[in-house]
Design a protein around this ligand. Structure first.
Ligand code: ZN
Ligand code: ZN
Length: 229
């Protein structure tokens, strides 16, 4: 079956994410648009995923647990997981690898953790948009440890992308999928390519115009598909 997706959406936990990007607003907007699968992928953290999962369950929407990690090379990597528990464990480990730079909400924006009723229950102290002290190789190892799949994010963006910062997609990393804005980008890459909204505002969440052919509507099926050669 073909399922529509948007696997790169930021919540209000990302300092650059709009405060209207609450767990329920994201789920409701995705449901209204008719999306089958979404991933909420905040910068270096999964702390809003428990609330997103609860909200999505009520709405019958499938969520792929995700984090948008920022490697030491300032390359953004979309990390997808099979379970919420794996994403949260990886998120904890990433937090240890963030530099000890505190967020300045007045400059960068709030980093708000919400419960399933969109009630703020806390904020994250360290600035989440910084680079982890993990080079790509160690970042990929960490994601693998939690059974995740690492996908170079927006590779054709002129900043924070593998092409902008490394100049090419190193084959030794064994990526099976890349995220592109322009479907023609990185034409030499032979694996899967996905296109997501990278929405920071509700109105930017993708219309259901892109599809994955999966045997079932689940996070596991998404990972299996995008991992396949
Ligand atoms: Zn990014
Ligand atoms: Zn992003």
């Amino acid at each position: 079956m073909k399922y529509s997706y948007d696997l790169h959406i930021h919540s209000c936990l990302s300092p650059c994410g709009d405060m209207d990007m609450t767990p329920n607003n994201i789920v409701n907007m995705a449901s209204l648009l008719g999306l089958d699968l979404i991933a909420v992928s905040d910068h270096n953290s999964a702390l809003n995923l428990p609330a997103v999962f609860t909200a999505a369950k009520e709405a019958g929407l499938t969520v792929v647990p995700a984090i948008e990690a920022n490697s030491a090379e300032e390359v953004h990597v979309l990390c997808l997981f099979e379970t919420l528990e794996d994403a949260l464990a990886c998120s904890d480990e990433f937090y240890e690898h963030l530099p000890p730079v505190m967020n300045r909400p007045d400059i960068f924006g709030e980093q708000v953790i919400m419960d399933q009723n969109d009630k703020p229950v806390g904020t994250v102290d360290k600035l989440l948009i910084n680079a982890l002290d993990l080079g790509l190789d160690r970042l990929l190892e960490t994601v693998k440890k939690y059974r995740g799949l690492a996908i170079p994010a927006h590779v054709d963006k002129t900043s924070y992308s593998i092409l902008a910062n490394l100049g090419y997609i190193p084959p030794e990393y064994g990526f099976t999928c890349i995220e592109v804005k322009n479907p023609e980008a990185a034409a030499e890459f032979g694996g899967h390519r996905i296109t997501d909204s990278d929405a920071h505002y509700l109105e930017d969440i993708a219309e259901p115009v892109r599809f994955l052919n999966l045997h079932e509507k689940s996070a596991r099926a998404v990972l299996e598909k995008l991992r396949s050669k």
